[in-house]
Design a protein around this ligand. Structure first.
Ligand SMILES: [Zn+2]
Length: 199
């Protein structure tokens, strides 16, 4: 029985770089991995692209309503590990398929993704991963104030915003993101300070 891992964090915490490093580590030892990515993340199309410039073609792009078990059933036994990038965009059913696969086919699955969206709310994929993963590991990045950043702030045309659709891909339509700690998120994005909660 292999494990399902969920490695999560805010944006810019190096998730994709870490995924590629893990792939490299397996391959250096002569083991095979497969890299999957939900198609909803249009950044890089069929490649995963990291902020430090590493790139790699994915082995399978997951369609929005795809029955993932169909693909998983085609995977050969000699695969050591399945790596999933941007796994917050998976559906609950797709996470369940990965969970069943890790258990019943005995191949490790490592999912990388976000903890929450720019409104601090869960994505369906990350929520299901929090429910069924064997191992959860938080990855950190640093806020502008130096504390650990756990939240994602959306910036549209240079301004923080807390409204809009859940999914807007980084770098498209003037949308960028900044990872912030809880205090900075409250202050910079929502405009809430300590005196707002004091009598
Ligand atoms: Zn901060």
């Amino acid at each position: 029985m292999s494990k399902l891992y969920y490695r999560y964090g805010a944006m810019n915490c190096g998730k994709t770089t870490m995924l590629l490093q893990v792939a490299h580590n397996y391959e250096e030892r002569g083991m095979k991995v497969l890299i999957l990515k939900p198609k909803i993340d249009t950044k890089g199309n069929d490649r995963i692209v990291t902020r430090i410039g590493l790139k790699r073609k994915v082995d399978h792009l997951i369609e929005k309503d795809e029955k993932l078990s169909n693909y998983l059933n085609t995977i050969k036994k000699d695969i050591a590990c399945i790596l999933v990038d941007e796994s917050q965009f998976l559906t609950r059913d797709q996470v369940d398929d990965l969970f069943m696969f890790s258990k019943l086919k005995d191949i490790a699955v490592i999912c990388y993704g976000l903890r929450s969206d720019f409104k601090t709310m869960s994505f369906p994929g990350s929520l299901r991963l929090f429910e069924v993963s064997d191992v959860m590991e938080e990855l950190y990045t640093i806020c502008r104030c130096g504390k650990r950043a756990k939240f994602n702030a959306r910036i549209v045309n240079g301004k923080f915003t807390s409204s809009g659709a859940q999914v807007a891909i980084d770098g498209e339509d003037e949308v960028t993101y900044e990872s912030l700690c809880g205090k900075c998120y409250l202050e910079k994005v929502l405009g809430i300070t300590e005196k707002d909660i004091s009598e």
